[in-house]
Design a protein around this ligand. Sequence first.
Ligand code: ATP
Length: 254
Amino acid sequence: RKPGALLVLDGVRRCFGGIAAVHVEHLEVQRGTITALIGPNGAGKTTLFNLVSGFDRPDGGRWTFAGRRLDGRSPHRIARSGLVRTFQLTRTLARLTVLENLLLAAPAQRGERLSAALFAPVWRGQERAHRARADELLVRFRLDRLRDEYAGTLSGGQRKLLELARALMARPQMLLLDEPMAGVNPALAQSLLGHITQLRDEGLTVCFVEHDMDVVMGVSDWVAVMAGGRLVAEGPPATIGRNPDVVDAYLGRR
Ligand code: ATP
């Protein structure tokens, strides 16, 4: 694995009604690792993902990804830089097929925007490559038999797999996964975890929000703990698991 930080945050702040929902002084995510972001409800985890991925604007702070400043950029631009996020509630489009959902997530060429009116972005001759990538992901996530089904007919778990596959269409360097295992049955959660560790082993960097401490301790290389918008502890899972403050205050509900 390549050493070094891929994502570096400094002084990232977001206030709602005068209260700081997020105020992270400094956070680094190392290349090729799985970082779990944990903390109680309302700690600011989703808001932090929204900021870093460009879906919300910070009130202050900056961040770099692979050495490039990304604060102030659009979600589209950030995704094109290789930083892609998923949502707690999956955003698959029910009235498109599984394959169409994947193709819609294919990257547009530099300088082009997704057309709001049309299904496909302008791919400039990339269609064959995008279809090959989609096929590869369908097989990888065992969705190939469902490729022509409407996404609306999928189970919740299958939609989670499709969401992960969509995030990978653009071959990102890093994924931000917001509760990828939430609401999924234990067997599928295991399978999702297997996919995530496999992706990490292939060099992808992953940061995910998760409430289940067994999952966090089992797969992460690093754990970052948020509370009240701040980063209150971080370290390898074994250390975080032994930190009495963290155990009492933030993991107590296990
Ligand atoms: P959970 O584990 O429940 O998903 P979280 O750690 O992701 O929680 P956030 O959803 O980021 O927490 O919320 C952090 C704080 O910011 C909360 O107090 C929340 O009420 C507030 N907040 C988030 N989004 C908004 C918004 N759009 N307007 C006002 N307040 C908001």
